[in-house]
Design a protein around this ligand. Structure first.
Ligand SMILES: [Zn+2]
Length: 311
């Protein structure tokens, strides 16, 4: 059934606004990642099938790896927080696609899939445990322990954006609760800081403007922008510290668009102030690293998970 020659996997990453896809040969992506808009609900499966049919003319496709926003059950069904994708909740993704195409299909939450890619082939290869922290519009993450993604009883393992930084009910989170890490350490959290430091300057109410001014020493608002960026690092460090004290990871991988803006020196300084003294040395030894995969991590992880089934 499975032809070992030319083993190629179709990798798909389903987000709230776009679906990315690429082909994987067991070690690396062999095509550039291409994007199409995310249609509503279950027509997503038809988009995936369209890609499958297109590529199966040229390649011996032996599996489909799907990384998706939302919580995913062990049986590959979407069971929660669907990242604003309409009618995606409840979809039996794995069951339907395996029936249609007769190849193994793995469906995994996007952050979990990305963490797995870091564990298998990233800078933190083989790290045990591995913690991945994704900093973007929101905050996500994934935990790999003994080579397995920590999915949890309710498939919400690694949803680190919703650990609490305080109980003072200062900031509302996207989850409708207060003072989650996401409300402080995400892009939206950073914009809240910009509004705090520059209440009357709307042109400063974006992450782009804030980082730009923080990098320009001679700008009149430079010091205030730096304060905001430093506060943001403090929040990121606080979240990482809480998680590090619980799982004691070998490596922490930062990913997501905002991770590019993290100053590791500053973050490490804050982390060392917070962690148990016995853990401080690990920070100096490079506990925290930045992902090199960019937006491809989810596709890579999903493909690696499905390729594991065939080894
Ligand atoms: Zn929350």
């Amino acid at each position: 059934m499975v032809k070992k020659i030319k083993q190629v996997y179709l990798g798909i990453d389903i987000g709230g606004t776009k679906i990315a896809h690429a082909l994987f040969d067991g070690k690396k992506l062999i095509t550039h990642t291409q994007n199409v808009g995310t249609p509503g609900g279950r027509s997503i499966l038809n988009v995936v099938s369209g890609f499958y049919k297109k590529y199966s003319k040229r390649y011996e496709l032996c599996g489909i790896g799907i990384s998706t926003a939302g919580m995913v059950s062990d049986s590959g069904k979407i069971v929660g927080s669907t990242g604003n994708i309409k009618n995606w909740y409840g979809t039996e993704v794995k069951k339907i696609l395996e029936k249609r195409h007769n190849v193994p299909v793995v469906v995994e939450n996007d952050a979990n899939a990305a963490a797995y890619a870091e564990y298998k082939i990233g800078l933190a290869k083989g790290s045990n445990p591995l913690l991945m922290v994704t900093l973007g519009t929101g905050v996500g993450g994934g935990i790999v322990i003994n080579g397995k993604v920590l999915r949890g009883k309710h498939f919400a393992g690694g949803e680190i954006g919703h650990i609490k930084l305080s109980y003072s009910k200062h900031r509302l989170c996207t989850c409708s609760k207060y003072d989650c890490l996401e409300a402080y350490a995400s892009g939206n959290g950073l914009i809240a800081l910009a509004k705090h430091y520059f209440p009357d300057k709307k042109n400063m109410h974006s992450t782009k403007a804030l980082f730009s001014v923080a990098e320009r020493e001679k700008h009149q608002d430079n010091l205030l922008a730096l304060r905001a960026v430093e506060d943001w690092h403090f929040y990121v460090a606080e979240g990482i510290c809480n998680l590090v004290q619980v799982i004691d990871p070998e490596k922490v991988v930062l990913s997501g668009g905002l991770s590019l803006k993290v100053n590791l020196k500053l973050l490490n300084k804050e982390l060392k102030k917070m962690l148990l003294p016995a853990m401080e040395k690990s920070v100096d030894k490079g506990l925290v690293v930045k992902s090199k995969f960019g937006n491809d991590a989810g596709i890579l992880g999903a493909c690696l998970l499905v390729s594991d089934l065939l080894i």
